[in-house]
Design a protein around this ligand. Structure first.
Ligand SMILES: Cc1cc2nc3c(=O)[nH]c(=O)nc-3n(C[C@H](O)[C@H](O)[C@H](O)COP(=O)(O)O)c2cc1C
Length: 161
């Protein structure tokens, strides 16, 4: 089962749509859960919030993860960091994880590889494929998406019926 985590202050965003599309294309089926981090609200500002704990449990139960953020000031969002900070070092235990970022242009195309991937690895994600960056206005049709999916798909655990 693939779980999507989206760290965008704007709910139901293009970033979320892109992450859901990618999860579907990677695994051949819709993600089993989508965590739109903004829905967790003020519980993210402390420790032990029950809704945050439930979201964490969903993430920890995943066979693979798509973690997505819009690009804000050349990096991933502070909102996503609040959620990722809820995990201990190594806690993800090697779950295959795909960092994805959308941005307005190509100037920050290395942001997912250089900013999002390191924090995911710190909390125990295994990131077997290059991180993916897509320009927001053309995320669904970008040729680089199809090329990336082709190479990333082999890292997704086979789906059990
Ligand atoms: C506060 C803020 C900062 C942004 N900084 C960048 C940036 O540094 N680089 C970039 O390419 N786009 C930047 N953008 C544009 C967003 O990353 C881009 O529009 C993104 O695709 C929005 O995703 P959404 O449609 O899912 O909300 C910024 C947008 C906002 C609101």
């Amino acid at each position: 089962m693939t779980v999507v985590v989206v760290g965008n202050p704007k709910p139901m965003s293009r970033t979320r749509a892109a992450a859901e599309l990618i999860a579907h294309e990677l695994s051949g089926r819709a993600p089993t859960a989508v965590i739109d981090v903004v829905d967790l609200g003020a519980g993210l500002l402390g420790w032990g919030d029950p809704k945050v704990a439930e979201a964490k449990a969903t993430v920890l139960g995943a066979d693979s993860l798509v973690v997505a953020s819009p690009t804000f000031k050349a990096t991933y969002t502070g909102l996503l960091k609040l959620f990722l900070d809820q995990f201990g070092q190594g806690e993800l235990g090697g779950i295959p994880t795909f960092p994805v970022m959308l941005g307005a242009g190509l100037q920050h195309a290395l942001a997912p590889e250089l900013t999002l991937r390191p924090v995911l690895v710190e909390i125990g994600a295994s990131c077997p494929a290059p991180s993916l960056y897509l320009v927001d206005s053309e995320y669904a049709t970008a040729p680089e998406l199809a090329i990336w999916l082709e190479s990333a798909r082999k890292f997704v655990p086979a789906v059990t019926p």
